[in-house]
Design a protein around this ligand. Sequence first.
Ligand SMILES: *[C@@H]1O[C@H](CO)[C@@H](O)[C@H](O)[C@H]1NC(C)=O
Ligand SMILES: *[C@@H]1O[C@H](CO)[C@@H](O)[C@H](O)[C@H]1NC(C)=O
Ligand SMILES: *[C@@H]1O[C@H](CO)[C@@H](O)[C@H](O)[C@H]1NC(C)=O
Length: 327
Amino acid sequence: MKLNAILSSGLMAAVALAAPTPTIDEPNASFNKRASVTETPGGYASQNGGTTGGAGGTTTTVSSFAQFTAAVAGDAKKVVFVSAPITSSVKQVKIGSNTSVIGKSSKVVFTGFGVLVKDAKNVIIRNIGIANVVAANGDALGIQKSTNVWVDHVDLSSDRDHDKDFYDGLLDATHAADFITITNSKIHDHWKASLVGHSDSNKAEDTGKLRITYANNHWLNINSRGPSFRFGTGHMFNNYYENVSDGINTRSGAQVLVENNIWAGKSSKALYTVNDGGAVASGNDFGPSENTAPAGTLKTVPYKYTLVAASAVKAAVVGKAGNTLTF
Ligand SMILES: *[C@@H]1O[C@H](CO)[C@@H](O)[C@H](O)[C@H]1NC(C)=O
Ligand SMILES: *[C@@H]1O[C@H](CO)[C@@H](O)[C@H](O)[C@H]1NC(C)=O
Ligand SMILES: *[C@@H]1O[C@H](CO)[C@@H](O)[C@H](O)[C@H]1NC(C)=O
C-alpha cells in the first residue's frame, strides 16, 4: 500500500508497515498534496470485496448543479471531481454505483442540497462540504440499501438557530446499508447528526446489516445522534466530541466497540442506551460525561487498525477533519 493511502484513510491499514507508525493524517502540510483517487478505506468498507469507487474509470470535472447531477448518474466506473461551490434547493442528488465524488479543494461546498447513495454499491465521497439542507429535501448525506461506501473528509453542517426538525439528518445510514466507513469528517452545528437504523420496527430488514466504522471524526456542537445506532455493528475510534449533548446511543440490539475517543466541552451523555444496546468501551476519555451503556459483546472487528492514544486525538483530528484536502 502506498504511503498516501495510509495517511489519508487513517491508521487502519498502517499496522502492516514497519515502524515508525504514522499518526492519523499526519500533521504535515505536504499531506494535502498527496491526496489521490486511488486511496481506499480501512474499516468496514474494506470488507465485502473492498471499496474502490470510480478509480480506473472515466474522469470528469464539474462546476454546476446540472453537470454534477448528470456526471454522478448511472453505475459506470467514474471519478467526478467538483471544482466549485454549488447552491441548489432540490431533493438529494442520487449517486450511482462505482463512483467517486471528490471535491478538489475546501472551496467545494454544496449549499441547500444533499446527496443520496441508494440501491448502490462501491461509492466514495471525499472532500465535500454540505450545508443547510432543509428537511423537505432530505438528509445532507443519506445511505440506503447500499454497500461499500466510504465517506471521508466531508464537512456536514447546518445551524442550531431553527427548530430541531427544520433540518433532517446530516449523515444517515438506513435500510440495511452495510460495509460503511466514515473517516476524517467534521460533523457540526446541527440538532440530529447521524442516524443508523431509522426505526425500532425495521428489525427484519436491518438485523445483521448496518456494519459501520466511524474514525477520526470531529463532532462539534451537536444535540444528539453521535450516532444513534440501531440493530447493527458499530466501531467508533479516535473521534473527538466537543459540545455534543447526546453522543453514541447504542440501541435496539446494536453492538458497538468504542475505543480511544474524547469527549470535551459541554458533552453530557457520551455513551448510553435508550433500549437494549451494548457497548465494549476502552481507552476513552469521557471528559465531563460518562459511559452508562450496558456491557456489550463486540470485542473484535474483522480488519486491522491502529489506535492513537486518546491524549493525541485532539491534535490529530481538530483542524484536519473536514474538507481540508486538495486534489
Ligand atoms: C513532511 O513533508 C516533507 C516534504 O514533502 C517530507 O520531506 C517529510 O518527510 C514529511 N514528514 C513526514 C513526517 O512525513
Ligand atoms: C458497477 O456496479 C454494479 C452494481 O454494483 C456492478 O454490477 C457492475 O459490474 C459495476 N460496473 C463496473 C463498470 O464496474
Ligand atoms: C462549546 O460550548 C461552550 C459553552 O457553550 C462554548 O463556550 C464554546 O465556545 C463551545 N466550543 C466550540 C468550539 O464551539
